[in-house]
Design a binder for this molecule. Structure first.
Ligand SMILES: [Fe+2]
Length: 328
């Protein structure tokens, strides 16, 4: 598997930021909003002038200054977003991962078109369309139209601007937490529909078995990330030197995680086939529909989850580790 490049070069390490700015806005920040925030911060921390006149003038002009600063900041944000939207144009050479990072709302469309942007995120749109046997030029035109309309003004995905330690916190708080609570619920639902509909739909036994395999792969995988890999990534991201890890380079556990992601991706593809794209039969009950809807949602969430790890977090960690090693 090839690791696609992310968009992390725009991150500004805390060491290069003014101290007050760094303290207020966390360990990393995007340069594009830095000037606005600095302007606000310097106004808040200014020592008041001795002169009463100055205070009066400041009072009279405060509302106008606030208003003009807000307008200036909004204009700056708008300009930067427009520039960003212009910089990322979808064409046949755009990788699926790059497209979703730039236009996160396209993830749903990629799901609908069976464009694998997580484990297959390093493929270009041209390559992915060839695999599916669809016209790449038509696909590019349609996706560009969607990106230009519903994504207008939204900018790149938030996860592309997070530092590694912030991103692992985000992964645990969103995707891991979701899976820990959702997988037992889906297991209960699939067991229920097997017991009620299994006689008329014997294929459900295989559906239950496949989902059980997804769960038994994902649970130990998440434990490995939460207890071993993610703490090491936090150490790497927050230390000034190169920490030493029992596993050697972090590329070692990362390569294991990548192969486990591939295995889960294959299982989800099989589950989709067994359920006819999560379509319940006409004689299915409400639990049947709820179970398949939950599986479809779990599949989409896991694709996004794996995309963030494979195509954003892991390349960032590999680069960070190389930078730290070079400083030795
Ligand atoms: Fe993972």
């Amino acid at each position: 598997m090839r690791i696609a490049s992310g968009e992390h070069d725009r991150l500004v390490p805390v060491a290069s930021m003014p101290q007050t700015e760094a303290a207020c806005f966390g360990v990393y920040n995007r340069p594009k909003f830095g000037r606005c925030r600095l302007a606000r911060l310097s106004r808040l921390t200014q020592t008041p002038a001795d002169s009463a006149l100055a205070n009066q003038q400041r009072g009279r002009s405060a509302l106008a200054a606030d208003s003009s600063l807000d307008v200036e900041c909004e204009m700056e944000k708008k300009k930067e977003m427009e520039k960003e939207m212009q910089m990322v144009k979808i064409d046949v050479s755009t990788t699926l991962a790059e497209a979703v990072n730039a236009f996160p709302h396209l993830a749903h469309e990629f799901e609908r078109r069976s464009l694998d942007y997580c484990c297959g995120g390093a493929r270009t749109l041209g390559e992915a369309c060839a695999l599916l046997g669809v016209d790449p030029q038509v696909t590019v035109v349609e996706l560009s139209a969607l990106a230009a309309t519903s994504g207008s003004g939204s900018g790149s995905a938030e996860w592309t601007t997070m530092a590694a330690d912030v991103l692992v916190d985000h992964l645990e708080a969103t995707h891991h937490r979701y899976l820990w609570s959702e997988m037992p619920r889906v297991t209960a639902l699939v067991d229920k529909i097997v017991s009620v509909h299994g006689d008329r739909h014997p294929e459900l036994v295989e559906v239950a078995s496949c989902f059980g395999q997804v769960r038994s792969d994902l649970e130990p995988h998440m434990l490995k990330e939460e207890r071993m890999l993610f703490p090491m990534i936090r150490d790497l991201a927050t230390s000034t030197g190169m920490p030493s890890f029992p596993c050697g380079s972090l590329q070692n556990p990362i390569s294991v995680m990548l192969s486990e992601h591939d295995a889960v991706g294959d299982l989800l593809t099989r589950l989709r086939g067994l359920t006819d794209g999560y379509t319940p039969p006409t004689d299915g009950c409400a639990s049947y529909a709820a179970c398949f809807a939950a599986m479809a949602e779990l599949e989409a969430d896991t694709h996004l989850h794996i995309h963030k790890e494979n195509n954003v977090l892991f390349p960032m960690v590999v680069r960070l580790e190389a930078e730290r090693a070079a400083m030795k």
